[in-house]
Design a protein around this ligand. Sequence first.
Ligand code: UD1
Ligand code: PEP
Length: 422
Amino acid sequence: MVRYRVRGGNALRGTAFIQGAKNAVLPMIGAALLAAKGRTVLRNVPIIEDVRRAVELAEAIGAKVELHEAERTLVIDASTLSSPVLPARIARRFRGSVLFVPALLHRLGEAVIEGVGGCNLGSRNLDFHYLGYKRLGAAVVEEDTVIRVKTSGFTGAKLYLDTPSHTGTENLIMAAVLGRGTTVIENAALEPEVLDVIDMLTRMGAKISGGGTGFITVEGVEELAAVEHTVMPDRLDAGVFAMAAAVTGGEVNLVGAELDHLGVVRYKLEQMGVEFASHGAVLHVRRDRPLRPINVITDTYPGFATDLQSPIMTVACLADGASYIHERIFDGRFALASELNKMGANIEVTENRAVVHGPTPLKGTQVTAHDLRSGIALVLAGLIAEGETVIESGYLIDRGHSYLAERMQALGADVVQEISPS
Ligand SMILES: CC(=O)N[C@H]1[C@@H](OP(=O)(O)OP(=O)(O)OC[C@H]2O[C@@H](n3ccc(=O)[nH]c3=O)[C@H](O)[C@@H]2O)O[C@H](CO)[C@@H](O)[C@@H]1O
Ligand SMILES: C=C(OP(=O)(O)O)C(=O)O
């Protein structure tokens, strides 16, 4: 059992190093498995639980993987891929497991999906993935809780997504890259992580155009080579550290953070009174005035990232007036509200809308992280609460944020990770 203990009251000051992006490295591990020869080297890998699960899953299907934690480097040899089964005991622990399917289909002609994990945010369908595989020439059979996908080779087709799914776009691109002929994907996701994955696949030899336009064309190629690639910075980690400075009235330098990747999140924080200044690869963030309330509507990139909706709910608890939050991506992403209310917040939730009545002083208590981002949002609440906040399960936070306690402590925060036998 992992828990975080946070004692509030310190304004954060100093330098934080932004980790590599979870939502880029996971599809990149899936992409590395497409290379039948050679060794892929991924740099700037975040040392998070999801990466550890991805390593276990890659090993379970026969790849040889080395995770060099101190060097934040993964070395992947996928030439030995041998099993099409994505075992439930690993795959159900993280969402990124779904990104291994295209490589299994190309390399072994079959993928057996015993389950897919990820944050519990309401319905998280995969129909766009399966419909896409079918249009490209696969058979998809559902047997109880197991889904079997089989193909004797993909042929290019015209695909569309009802909404621009992040992993859906990545998976259909990875399905098309080694297919015969041309595939067009309409209404594709625009997230920076998707573009970084396209960049890596392109260097592997894939022919992909239109990334970032919503309309992607893929010309199939015969084979892909193993390459070295540096994972982009994690915009969600950067957003969280910016909000940690915001809630505590602090001033931090975020090394490696890209202001452009924050999209609308940047403008919403500025409206609240947070200041940003880019100095090359260092993003300076500070807040030295009362926070103003805000309206947030989550959307796909460059809209307000749903993964930062929970953290900004904590920031809104400090704002002088009522903030409105409309969650449009997931139908069950407000479990945080009742946890913040236990700490003294005043948040009303009606379906997918929340009103945060600020400012309310927060008091430390025992709270539950229902998912990764509600967990980190409770850490932010702990930073400004009176007394001690204890957050369980810390594992969910560790799924997506590396060395959290150490990086917070370097800024002067009192955050401790505690591991005890469960
Ligand atoms: C590993 C990873 O990259 N995770 C991210 C990814 O998740 P993920 O890729 O799972 O999220 P999607 O973009 O696919 O899902 C967004 C919405 O589309 C719906 N949908 C999606 C696919 C599908 O086939 N059918 C369907 O209806 C989902 O139910 C959900 O309501 O994007 C999310 C939205 O930015 C982020 O919160 C996650 O951090
Ligand atoms: C929803 C998230 O992740 P996943 O898709 O991996 O569950 C997240 O990172 O907030």
